[in-house]
Design a protein around this ligand. Structure first.
Ligand code: GRF
Length: 198
């Protein structure tokens, strides 16, 4: 499958940047078609510019002329000829129209070993703080298929990140993010080469 990727992100976009870097260097064969963000001040807009990928801001205040944000996102993905949707730090629940139209073709990355430390309200540092407060000896990252529930769809691949003796939520978060950067491209490569069946 030749990947024509639509990205959705709300913040820095370091995961998107890691994927774009791998595409640019030829490590990953894919076509980045569009970056969609809900946050007009997100760092991801700058990342998209640097990699010459078109970007658009769509949120609840701004999705004219479409009837809903879900419609606006879906139309944008279709117009951009996207065949796989990559969520990377996208802080909104995706609408059912997008999920149903791109059935099993919407992926998310989560900074923990799901099903642990997932679900509504479990994002960012909250995840790492919960791991540090637990007796767990490892954390990691998960790429999964998106369904209408937060952090719920089928897991495609995980990367374990050991917890070190003196880890804080911050030091653990840094290593998990590094693992995410590798994991997302690995999953995309495997999908592109038909080694992960969607
Ligand atoms: C990542 O930790 C990702 O797992 C989570 O949000 C963070 C996004 O980071 N869903 P970035 O915007 O890709 O730097």
């Amino acid at each position: 499958m030749h990947l024509r990727i639509g990205f959705l992100a709300s913040h820095n976009g370091s995961n998107v940047e890691a994927i774009l870097k791998n595409i640019r260097s030829g490590k990953l064969e894919a076509d980045p078609r569009i970056v969609i963000t809900n946050n007009p001040n997100a760092g991801i807009i700058d990342v998209a510019k640097r990699y010459d990928v078109p970007s658009i801001c769509l949120n609840d205040n701004k999705h004219s002329p479409y009837s809903s944000l879900d419609d606006a996102i879906l139309e944008t993905l279709i117009e951009s000829d996207v065949n796989i949707v990559i969520l990377a730090g996208y802080m909104k629940l995706l609408g059912t129209k997008v999920i149903n139209n791109y059935k099993n073709k919407v992926l998310n990355i989560h900074p923990a070993l799901l099903p642990k430390y997932g679900g509504q309200g479990m994002y960012g540092m909250k995840v790492h703080e919960a791991v540090i407060a637990s007796d767990d000896t490892e954390s990691g990252a998960t790429v999964h298929i998106v369904d209408p529930e937060y952090d719920h769809g089928k897991t495609l691949k995980q990367q374990i990140v050991p917890r070190l003796l003196h880890d804080t939520a911050e030091t653990l978060a840094t290593r998990v993010l590094e693992a995410e950067h590798q994991l997302y491209s690995d999953v995309l490569k495997e999908i592109g080469e038909g080694r992960i069946n969607m």
